[in-house]
Design a protein around this ligand. Structure first.
Ligand code: 5GP
Length: 208
């Protein structure tokens, strides 16, 4: 099993269908849990209105993206809805090394790749309580053209089928409660026996 070059912070992977309200929940989780950091992904998708380069994504053209890929700058990367999205390796490792808990908000394929390579990653799936909500929220957001909207609705329903591969499910009916759930999951993970092996060894057998 590949090891990420960190021991201090917790790597948290969050996925969920478009329209699950991930953004709102995560924004609240960041307020509640100051040790949490967001990994800003790199994408070739065009910015939406109000999206800020370096905050929502690092927006790159395809040549810039391919150069980063070639230079092994991504921890994982995927093509989603015809655009590329990648997690910047160095930034994530730096934040983890500095003791921050880092959230990757990525699609299911990327998430499962991370889990297969880094077993210590905590996988959280955010979903609305009803399927119909996905469609409603996506339509309301209306940032996509009709055709793209249909693709997003279809793949959101496909993503739901992968939910059972995650460690935790957060049913988002109330963003504040869901954010608390996320904070609770992270806290519980930090207390898990698996994450305290080094501590236990020291406690029992001494040494550094
Ligand atoms: P959107 O275009 O709506 O911002 O994102 C589309 C999908 O791409 C979402 O499911 C989002 O979680 C996913 N995504 C965003 N960044 C990354 C990334 O770095 N890697 C992967 N695998 N998926 C990402």
């Amino acid at each position: 099993m590949e090891k990420i070059n960190v021991q201090k912070g917790q790597l948290i992977v969050v996925s969920g269908p478009s329209g699950a309200g991930k953004g709102t929940v995560l924004a609240q989780a960041f307020e509640k849990y100051p040790n949490l950091r967001y990994s800003v992904s790199v994408t070739t998708r065009a910015p939406r209105e109000k999206e800020v380069d370096g905050v929502d994504y690092y927006f790159k053209n395809i040549d810039e993206y391919m150069k980063m890929l070639h230079d092994n700058e991504f921890l994982e990367h995927q093509c989603v809805y015809g655009n590329y999205y990648g997690t910047p390796r160095k930034k994530v490792e730096e934040m983890l090394e500095n003791g921050f808990d880092v959230v990757l908000e990525i699609d299911v394929k990327g998430a499962l790749e991370i889990k297969s390579r880094f077993s210590e990653a905590v996988m959280i799936f955010i979903t609305p309580s009803e399927k119909a909500t996905i469609e409603e929220r996506l339509k309301k957001r209306s940032t996509e053209k009709e055709e793209e909207l249909m693709v997003r609705i279809g793949s959101a329903l496909d993503e739901l089928k992968q939910a059972e591969k995650y460690d935790y499910i957060v049913v988002n009916e109330d963003a504040e409660k869901s954010a608390e759930d996320i904070a609770a999951i992270i806290r519980a993970e930090k207390c898990s026996t698996a994450k305290n092996k080094t501590f236990l060894n020291k406690l029992i057998y001494g040494g550094n």
